[in-house]
Each structure stands twice: as C-alpha cells, then as structure tokens.
Design a protein around this ligand. Structure first.
Ligand code: HEM
Length: 406
C-alpha cells in the first residue's frame, strides 16, 4: 500500500493550481475505490473512482437517483432544488425519458452531422478575428466562442445573445470569490428571464429551431409550463458551453506539453483528429463528477451504502483507470479503443450533446492547427477554481500572424 496523499477531492485550490487531483484519484482507485469522503458542511459522500463502478452507478437510476438530491455534492437548498428539478438532468426515469424524447431528435449523429459545414464556417470566423494579431487568449478568444455561437444557432437566437448567455453560464458555474455575489445572484434570473422572452417570441413566430420545438412540445398531453420551458432552455445553454470550451483549451494545453504527439497529429491531421479528440476528452474530462443519491441500502464493491447517502462518480478518475486503459497516464492521439467516460458512464443521462461537442472540437482544432501551425503557449495557464467543471480559464498563446479567410 502506497502512502496515502491527503485526500480532499473538493479543495478548489488543487483544481486551480494543478488541474484534476490525479495523485489522489490513483491512490483511491488502488486502495479505496469506493471511499467515504468527509464534507465540510454536510454529512459526507461516497467517492467512486473506478471505471466499472462509475458505469454501475450511472446505469442504475432506480438505485442511484438524480432527482432525490440533485447532481452537486453540496446539499442544495430546497428552493433551488425545486427549480432545478424542472431540468431533465435532475429527473429519473420514467419522467426523465419523456422529457429527453422532446429534444433527442435534434441531437442524433445525423442531425449533428448536418451542422458540420456551418460549424466549420463559424470556427473559421473565430480564427479570422485573431489571426492577424499573432497572439491571443486561447480560452476567451477562441475556445469559448464556438459553443456559444453553435447553441445560439440551434436555439434560433442571435449569435451575439449566445455570447451573453455564455457569460451568465460562466458566472453560474463559477465558485470564484472574485465575482461579486450580486452578479452571481443575478445570473440565474437573467437567464430565466431571457428564456421567457424567447418563449414569447417563438410562440408568435415558430420555426424549426429547438426553442420553437420546446414551445410547442407536449408531455403527457400538456404543453411545458413556463418554468419547465425556461429551465429546459437553461440546461441546453449551460450544458454545452464551458464543457466544450474546456475540452478545446485543455486539449490544446495537453498538446503543448506533448510535442511528439502534437507533431504526429499535425502531420496526419485528418486521419488522427477523431481519435485525438477522444483522447483529449479522456485525458481532460471537463466534467469532474456527477452526484447521485442512494434510494435504498445497497452494496458497491463490498461497501455498504445506506439509503439517502450521496454517491459521486468521478469521470476524470475512471478515465485513467489502469484496468480499463493500458498505460492510462499516457496521452496518445491515436488511442483505440477509447471508451472513455467524459460524457458520462452510460445510462439515461449520457450527454445529449456528445456528437455536437465532437464536431465543434474537431472544427476549431482543425482551424487552429492548420492556420496557426506554430501556435505555442506564451504564458502561464490560469485554471478555474471549480471542483465541478475543470479546465483553463486563461491560456495565453502566440503564433505567426496570418491572413483572414474571409
Ligand atoms: C466536451 C463537451 C461536453 C462534455 C464533457 C459533456 C459532459 C456531460 C456529462 C458528464 C453529462 C452527464 C452524464 C450523466 O449524468 O450520466 C452531460 C449531460 C448533458 N449534456 Fe453534455 N457535455 C458536453 C457537451 C455538451 C453539449 C455541446 C451539449 C449541447 C447542448 C450538451 C448537453 C447535455 C445535456 C442536455 C445533458 C443532460 C442529459 C440528460 O440529463 O439526459 N453537452 N454532459
């Protein structure tokens, strides 16, 4: 048994200073894979760190509920939980299934593939905005732009509004004390108010976008209530913003640190881009964990879990599980097979936007690596102080200036 590091999977500073706590994850997988973790202001939770167990929990919503206590480790206040339960992310089957059906069709591989050309065009425009400068912040100027534009297009709202919504998402997901409390308190109502305006506008002039589909959707013979629409809108905006951004920025940072793999990718870009994106997903795992609540007494890897216990599954740890991935800490842009869990461990909540996120990441990486072939890091990475959505918040880069494409 190796010496235990100080285990604190909630410590924001460790995410901010070093990224995900892989030393702790490794020790836990090897020594105590279903670990009872203390909580400063709560009863504690089970930290599930092995691939197979993350899969078991994710695929058994009857035992491990998203509805009961929500998806964050901290115990939510009853009012917030009641609001959030309007989102399918906080529902269990069979109710979850009915809501997911409303939007599933918009996110199939075929639907996502139809957007490929448009997404590439948007990616090209984003690079146009910085290419002449020779330097920029990879996170805010490049990686963060595309997800907000793409979701705005899907929802049928102006691209500029997508940016604003994205800023509110950032504030909502942030645990950063430097953002004034007032601003944080305001982001959620701002988003819900915006959703209301969209609903009203779409009612008058429905079109084929997702917001129009939701306005007209029925569950069990009833239209969505205002709150259901507003929270559904919020979920779609929030889920695909900073996650995709962190994949792209985190993925580029890993490439900077692995020049051999980078060269390999750049020399065989079209062939290796799909596997490289999967490997970035595995390696960076932008969503740190999801929480469930045990609905009855049960056992997991010999540990007795009691009804009501919080159970958190750590995707970044599952994705480095030595029993699943040979040479798991090695970054290999050609890795196959690569059944990583960055989009969840399977089961009903498996990421709705997985195909879309892949297309977005491929598009922007293709633009960067072809039009800025010598792009390099030009200063220290600043990371998000968050134990939920991990990744760089600022990443200065420089490159030889080029010409706009349009
Ligand atoms: C790299 C980017 C992304 C990552 C790493 C990611 C990851 C995840 C994870 C881990 C979950 C929860 C899975 C579970 O609980 O089993 C999830 C759910 C979800 N994701 Fe993503 N996601 C990404 C991009 C997107 C995009 C672009 C969208 C588009 C709108 C999206 C929409 C959703 C939605 C709606 C859910 C909730 C699904 C449900 O409850 O049924 N995600 N995602």
């Amino acid at each position: 048994m190796t010496l235990a590091p100080q285990i604190d999977l909630l410590d924001l500073r460790s995410y901010q200073d070093k990224g995900q706590p892989h030393d702790m994850f490794r020790w836990l997988r090897q020594n105590d894979p279903v670990y009872w973790h203390a909580e400063p202001d709560g009863p504690g939770f089970w930290a599930v760190t092995k691939y197979e167990d993350v899969r078991t929990v994710s695929r058994d919503p009857q035992t491990y509920s998203s509805y009961e206590g929500g998806i964050h480790i901290a115990t939510p206040n009853p009012e917030t939980l009641a609001g959030a339960r309007n989102m399918m992310l906080y529902k269990d089957p069979p109710e979850h299934t009915r809501y997911r059906h409303l939007v599933n069709k918009g996110f199939t591989p075929r639907q996502a593939a139809k957007l490929t050309d448009r997404i590439q065009e948007l990616a090209s425009q984003i690079i146009d905005e910085v290419i002449e400068r020779g330097e920029c912040d990879l996170v805010t100027d490049i990686a963060g732009e595309l997800p907000s534009y793409v979701i705005a297009e899907l929802m049928g709202i102006p691209l500029e509004d997508g940016r604003k919504l994205y800023e509110w998402t950032e504030i909502m997901h942030s645990t950063d004390a430097s953002i004034p409390m007032e601003q944080r308190m305001q982001a959620l109502p701002n988003m819900l108010n915006y959703a209301r305006q969209v609903a009203e506008a779409k009612k008058g002039q429905p079109s084929s976008d997702l917001a129009s589909i939701l306005v007209e959707a029925e569950v069990d013979g009833h239209e969505l209530s205002d709150a259901e629409f507003d929270w559904f809108f919020l979920l779609l905006i929030n889920a695909g913003g900073d996650t995709t951004r962190n994949l792209v920025a985190g993925g580029m940072e890993v490439l900077f640190k692995h020049p051999e793999e980078r060269r390999r990718l750049q020399e065989n870009l079209e062939e290796l881009l799909p596997t490289a994106v999967e490997e970035m997903l595995r390696y960076c795992s932008p969503v740190v964990y999801m929480r469930r609540t045990a609905m009855n007494d049960t056992e997991l890897r010999g540990k007795h879990i009691r009804k009501g216990d919080k159970v958190a599954v750590f995707y970044g740890s599952a994705n480095r599980d030595e029993d699943e991935f040979p040479d798991a800490d090695r970054f290999d842009v050609g890795r196959t097979p690569n059944e990583h869990m960055a989009f969840g461990g399977g089961g009903p909540h498996y990421c709705l936007g997985a195909h879309l996120a892949r297309i977005e990441a491929q598009a922007i990486l293709r633009e960067m690596l072809t039009r800025m072939p010598d792009i390099e890091q030009a200063g220290a990475t600043e990371r998000l102080p968050s134990n939920f959505i991990a990744g760089p918040r600022h990443l200065p880069v420089r490159f030889t200036p080029g010409e706009r494409a349009s």
